[in-house]
Design a protein around this ligand. Structure first.
Ligand SMILES: *Cc1c(COP(=O)(O)O)cnc(C)c1O
Length: 442
């Protein structure tokens, strides 16, 4: 069977004011029925998307530099994903893996065992969302160690469920008013080269974190330390070299489970299969979601077989976890990453875009820092000559890009980071055009 995929023209084209009339109609209907607490970056309603373009309901063609938050790494409606989903959805929509298991789940776990860092024996359990994967990683770490405390770092983002809100650092908008939060979570400093004391090494930043953890809990009570190898929502923070390795060594020495939250940074995004690979770090558990399934909801915890197997049978699961259609999508997405060399493609995007962003920094004193890896790049915007965040300018620049038909996202604890997460299949031309619009927005 050949997949029926929609061809979306790969060019930027603005035909109406943004939002256009159809989008405005939908916004009015939405205002009546969709909860106000659910926000949208742009009031523009999508009709179709593929490659580097999102077509809206008014026929405008927008350059996608967000991938729906690092999800459509292989592009929206990627042919292999569509084909796998169409085939699978006609055969089985759901049986529940805990009742009548199926091959797709096993195949996804085989892929995870092969691709995640380290060559030890690995096993996986599948879930629906990143937050659910993080919750389960913590459950497994607690069960396996018989300890309770969990250490998370400054600027961390791990999700919006109760436990993951406790692990997430930023109050607004994620936590404010939603407490009380899960207990036995401790926060320690991380490595943030742009904001750390000048010359602080990764080793020194790790020592700072370790001392804080030992002071707050004591290593022997810590079940797990969870960290994003490159922080996502917190500001695309790439730690100083050596930081993650020192943290990993301390975890190993103290029987602490190191959980790498690769929900945003995983699956080719950073120019490696996983961001941990850049630092040569082998986590005990890895959480994945977002890019794993080309847009369908799927998440995983993958880890050392003995840790994953420590939990009693029936202790892990969920009605929909590892849904067969989502598994088929994941297999299509992973095959796309392999066949289209998206790891190399992400490196190429870094080469292409980092240079442009550095030129932009030369010309704009408000750009304090340019950083990132692969297709996970960012600029941090400050008051010129200081490190004082400028969230207002950041929002204004993003808005200008949106008006020009470029979907661009912000992030950061201080709301002053513009992040680039293009689909890795975007053409060089569209990427550079998007960056030109960003440059003009300044
Ligand atoms: C998005 C994200 C999560 C939460 O994933 P959901 O699928 O939104 O629950 C967890 N960790 C990281 C690093 C993320 O970027």
């Amino acid at each position: 069977m050949t997949a029926v995929t929609t061809e979306v023209p790969q060019r930027r084209e603005i035909k109406t004011a943004l939002p256009g009339p159809r989008s405005q109609e939908l916004a009015a209907r939405r205002a009546n029925v969709v909860a106000g607490g659910v926000g949208s970056v742009m009031p523009v309603y999508a009709a179709r998307a593929s490659g580097g373009i999102i077509e809206d309901v008014d026929g405008n063609l927008l350059i996608d530099l967000g991938s729906g938050i690092a999800v459509t790494t292989v592009g929206s409606s990627a042919p292999r994903v569509v084909e796998g989903v169409q085939r699978q959805v006609a055969d089985i929509t759901h049986t529940c893996f805990m009742i009548s298991p199926y091959e797709g789940y096993v195949q996804v776990c085989e892929q995870l065992a092969e691709l995640t860092p380290g060559d030890h024996a690995k096993k996986s359990a599948l879930f629906n969302s990143g937050a659910e994967a993080v919750e389960n990683a913590v459950k497994i770490a607690r069960y396996a160690t018989g300890r309770q405390a969990v250490v998370a770092v400054d600027h961390a983002y791990h999700g919006r469920t109760n436990l993951t809100m406790a692990l997430t650092a930023k109050a607004m908008p994620y936590k404010k008013g939603f407490g009380p939060f899960a207990s036995d979570v401790y926060r320690v400093p991380t490595s943030y080269p742009f904001r750390d004391p000048e010359g602080m090494t990764g080793e020194q930043a790790a020592q700072r974190a370790i001392l804080a953890a030992e002071k707050a809990v004591g290593a022997s009570d810590i079940a797990a330390l969870i960290i994003e190898p490159i922080q996502g929502e917190g500001g695309f923070i790439v730690p100083a070299p050596g930081f993650l390795a020192a943290i990993a060594a301390w975890c190993t020495d103290n029987g602490i489970v190191l959980i790498a939250d690769e929900v945003q940074s995983g699956f080719a995004r950073t120019g490696a299969w996983f961001a941990s690979d850049h630092e040569g770090v082998v986590p005990d558990l890895v959480t994945t979601a977002k890019g794993i399934a080309g847009g369908l909801p799927l998440a995983a915890v993958t880890g050392r077989a003995e840790l994953m197997d420590s939990v009693h049978s029936g202790g892990l699961g969920g009605t929909y976890g590892g849904n067969p259609v989502a598994c088929a999508a994941a297999l299509g997405a992973i095959e796309t990453m392999r066949e289209e060399n998206l790891v190399e493609r992400a490196q190429h995007i870094e080469d292409l875009a980092l240079g442009r962003l550095r030129e932009l920094q030369q010309a704009n004193p408000a750009i304090g820092d340019v950083r990132g890896r692969g297709g996970m790049l960012a600029i941090e915007i400050v008051k010129p000559g200081t490190t004082e965040p400028d969230a207002a300018l950041t929002a204004a620049v993003a808005k200008k890009c949106h008006e020009q038909g470029v979907v661009i996202l912000t992030c950061g604890t201080y709301g002053n980071v513009i992040r680039l997460l293009p689909p890795l299949v975007i053409s060089d031309e569209l990427l550079l055009e998007g960056l030109d619009v960003l440059a003009a927005a300044f």
